[in-house]
Each structure stands twice: as C-alpha cells, then as structure tokens.
Write a protein that binds this ligand. Structure first.
Ligand code: NAP
Length: 316
C-alpha cells in the first residue's frame, strides 16, 4: 500500500527553516515540510549552483541559494543534511549567521562524531538537537527525494546532556509531523546499534559485490545474468553513495570494528559447521533469522514485497 502523508498543519511549527545540502534527505525534508506546512518559509542551501537551480525548478523550497551565511540568517531551525565528515566545517562556516534561540539539527548516520565536530562551533544561545532519520534509499541528489520517505520510520534524537528541553520537543514535533516515530538515546548507544543494523550490513554488501566483481573464474556477464540468486539484493545496497558511506565508516570506527570482530567469529563458526556437516546448527540459525525477518515485517518496517518504500508511485 502506498503510504500517505496527513493533511497540512493549520499553523507551521517553524517560521523559517534552512536546509543545508539538498540531496536525498535534504530534498525529502523540503518536500515533506512544504506538503505538510511545517514551516512558513523554506530556504534551501547547497554548495552547488546547479543543485540550487534544480531546487528552484522542482519548487520544493521558497528560496534556493549557495550563500550559507545569508541562507541561515533568521532561520529558527537549521538542519545539516551533508555527509557526516563535513558537518564541522559547515557548522563553522555558518556560525556567524545563526540567530540567538535558533535550533541547529542534522540528519547524520553517525552521532558522536557529528556532535564532537559541530558543538564547539555553535554560539551561546543556539540549541543543538542531533537527529538521525533511519530511512533512506541508495539514491542521491535533489531529484531522488520524496515527501513520504520518513513516514512510519524511526527518527533517533541524541541530544547532549543539558540540551534545552523545549528545543528537543520542537524537533520531536517536526519529525512526528513528517510521520516518523521518534526515540531519544545517547549518541554512543546510537552508534553501536546502527553499526550492526546498518553500517556493517553495508560493508558486507560492498565487500561481496567487490569480491564477485574480482572473481576470475566467474565472468561479469554471469554475475549479472544469475544475480537473482541473492546477489542482486546486495548490489542495491552496494550502490549507495560512496562519499556518504566512506564518511560513516571513518566516523564510526570503533563501533564498526567491534561489530566486525563479532561477525568474524560467527562466520568462522558457520564455516566450521559447514565443514563438519553440522546441519542442525545451520538449520537452527536459519530458523532464528527467518523469525527476525518476520518480526520486521509484522512491526511495519518492511513488507514481504521487494523494493518496499522505493517505488516511484510512492513519491509525493
Ligand atoms: P546526498 O544525496 O549525496 O546529498 C548530500 C548533500 O551534501 C548534497 O547536497 C551535497 O552537495 C552536500 N555536500 C557534499 N559534500 C559537501 C561539502 N564538502 N560541503 C558542503 N556540502 C556538501 O546524501 P544524502 O543521502 O541526502 O545524505 C545526507 C546525510 O544524511 C548524510 O550525513 C547521511 O549520513 C545522512 N543519511 C542518509 C541516509 C540515506 O539513506 N541516504 C539515511 C539517513 C541519513 P552537492 O550537491 O554539491 O554534492
């Protein structure tokens, strides 16, 4: 069933919001904000004039500029939607334009590093509420976004200790209005959880697709021809944005290495079970993993059909 957004709010939650980086996530926020009337004014800021021009054509913001300082001026919510490796540089560059009382947030897939990069650059009186919408596709750029991307998905907020409660509630209300289920946790816990649920699975996909491409005994055409055997599903993940994922691994180093250590041990056990013909061990594991898949479907985070949440007709 295609998901639908609710009706627009009678009164916007923010007067002026500035989105920095109009890729998949930034442009999806712009579309949802516009559709749901979450802000009186939407300013799109991108370093590329080409992207700013495309945003104007798509009419998903009220203004589109490459001027970061002018763009964030007078905004009461600024959301960084750029790769996690550049959040600090962008925060430093926009600092002088932030008005007192403004809320700064982000959407980065790693939280402790983003907090460490951004917080030192924010002036007194500006509130920082880091966020991570656990929603996405393998596509990038302003054309790839859609307003329902965050609907029925989790958005994790990781406010540092002492963050203004009202600011947290305003950011929570913003994501709830876009249809997300909001949860609050520490940045460290977020990074550990996402290492196993998102980061390591991406690393495995990059690895398996790379290995298959390098095999000398299997030709490229066979890899493509017989991809429906399981490989195809990995290639979708392995098509994700290289800059974004390079930054995620470099900025969540400890948690990813910790989870990879566990994974290596478990893979060694599986190899042993195969070598010694221990079918019961394999069967028990595959039964448990099948139950996890069913649990994900019954919790509404996936449907049995392939390509859930990524069909063009779902776009609003
Ligand atoms: P995207 O489609 O590639 O968009 C990235 C945006 O960041 C583009 O506007 C890009 O500008 C800008 N940017 C890149 N490098 C920059 C730099 N050095 N300085 C200033 N701006 C720069 O990526 P995305 O998928 O929207 O991801 C954005 C953020 O969302 C990342 O932090 C990612 O971790 C997080 N996130 C992604 C997903 C997902 O599935 N994709 C899900 C949840 C969270 P140009 O247009 O000039 O390249």
């Amino acid at each position: 069933m295609p998901e639908r957004l609710g009706p627009p709010l009678a009164k916007p939650l923010f007067e002026r919001i500035a989105l920095v980086g109009l890729g998949l996530i930034g442009s999806s926020i712009a579309r949802a904000t516009r559709h749901l009337n979450l802000a009186g004014n939407i300013v799109a800021i991108d370093r590329s004039e080409e992207v700013a021009a495309r945003v104007r054509e798509l009419r998903i913001a009220d203004e589109a500029t490459t001027d970061l300082l002018a763009g964030v001026r007078d905004a009461d919510l600024v959301i960084l939607c750029v790769p996690v490796g550049v959040c600090g540089v962008v925060a430093e560059a926009m600092r002088a334009g932030l008005k007192p009382g403004c809320i700064v947030s982000d959407v980065g897939s790693v939280k402790a590093s983003v907090i460490a990069q951004v917080q030192p650059h924010l002036p007194q009186g500006v509130h920082f509420v880091p966020a991570h919408p656990v929603a996405g596709t393998e596509h990038s750029g302003p054309d790839s976004g859609f307003a329902t991307l965050f609907h029925n998905r989790w958005c994790i907020l990781t406010p540092p200790d002492g963050t203004d409660e009202q600011a947290i509630e305003r950011v929570r209300a913003f994501w709830s209005a876009m249809g997300s289920n909001v949860e609050i946790m520490s940045a460290q816990h977020h990074d550990l959880v996402l290492a196993i649920t998102s980061h390591v699975p991406h690393l495995i996909a990059y690895n398996i697709v790379g290995t298959a491409a390098d095999l000398e005994t299997v030709t490229q055409s066979e890899v493509i021809k017989f991809s429906a055997g399981g490989f195809r599903d990995f290639t979708r993940i392995a098509a994700s944005d290289p800059t974004m994922w390079r930054d995620i691994f470099l900025h969540n180093k400890e948690a990813v290495l910790e989870m990879l250590g566990r994974l290596n041990e478990d893979i060694a056990l599986l190899a042993r079970a195969i070598r010694w013909g221990e079918g019961d061990k394999l069967f028990d594991l595959f039964t448990r993993t099948r139950a996890i898949r069913r649990g994900i479907i019954s919790s509404g985070q996936e449907t049995p059909e392939p390509d859930f949440g990524r069909r063009r007709e779902d776009k609003a």
